[in-house]
Design a protein around this ligand. Structure first.
Ligand code: DQA
Length: 148
């Protein structure tokens, strides 16, 4: 029995659909969640999908994932560029983790090129919009199925 895959989302991602569509597209977080649940269901793996605007809550969920999850997908949003606490939590993880961004932060402002998540994750999907979540989840599911 494969444990759930955690998909964690940071600040302002609850506003997707309305928020700066030129960077983030028009798909809502609810639609992304539905798509992830469908992929999980067809693989027989449950998905825990959460969003918070609070840094400490995101850190606590990463800690929770280390016990409760088989893998982690994270879009830490702005905390990607600021949070040493998040980096420390991710570095404790022993499960595979993937970073997702709707936009490609490396192609944007200089402050978005600072990244405290990338050094602690296995891989990343950047710039594919909402499809990036499906890409990350499909890769993680295949990785888990190969290992189990
Ligand atoms: C983002 C990129 C971040 O730089 C930004 O702060 C976000 C969204 C993305 O998904 O493209 O909130 O993580």
């Amino acid at each position: 029995m494969i444990k759930p895959i955690y998909i964690l989302n940071g600040p302002n991602l609850n506003r997707l659909g309305k928020r700066e569509p030129k960077f983030y597209g028009s798909t809502t977080l609810g639609e992304i969640k539905n798509s992830c649940n469908e992929l999980g269901q067809s693989a027989g793996i449950s998905i825990v999908f959460k969003q918070t605007n609070l840094e400490g809550e995101l850190v606590s969920w990463v800690q929770e994932a280390s016990d409760a999850a088989s893998a982690l997908i994270i879009n830490a949003a702005a905390y990607t560029h600021t949070s040493v606490a998040l980096l420390d939590a991710l570095q404790m993880l022993e499960i595979p983790s993937i970073e997702v961004h709707l936009s490609n932060p490396a192609a944007r402002e200089a402050f978005r090129q600072v990244n405290y998540v990338s050094p602690a994750v296995k891989s990343g999907v950047f710039g594919f919009g909402a499809i990036g979540y499906d890409m990350a989840l499909t890769s993680i599911i295949k990785t888990l199925k190969q290992a189990n």
